[in-house]
Unconditional design. Sequence first.
Length: 164
Amino acid sequence: MKKANSLLLMALFASLVLSSCETSGSQNIKKKSSSQGESIAKPITYEVLVKNPDLEDEWQAKCLENTNIKSMSKDILRAVNSGNLKAYDYYDGHLLSKAEIKAILKKNGKQNNIGNIQFKEEWYWDKDQLQLQKKVKSLMFGYEIYGENNKVRGYRASFVVNLD
């Protein structure tokens, strides 16, 4: 009887140790994979040049030399035209009709005149990994506007596309 009780206690103790190790380990893995860090911008909105507006600006040319958004912009415009992505008015947020989208693209020259992109993102800082993670919530293409001297004088808003 004493021997049976000892074996039972040892089995119970072993199962407790093993189950606590398993729970602890799975919680740690879960915590790391689902953690995005501390939210430091929810959201942040900013513009990024994707096409050099001044061919004489060597610094801007260097900064953008490895930038090619044609594939992405083509995919997004195709998805908007097919209805797979919804496009919203930049100013008042209403859902744009196909006719409104077509008019915006006709006025702006489709993807050839995209000079910047406005991003709305959430930023998360992981202090343990010293990493900044960004999640793009939406984007909007900015189309080049030319002045009388045939130089870019600004950008015209197109439409907002939500990506999440």
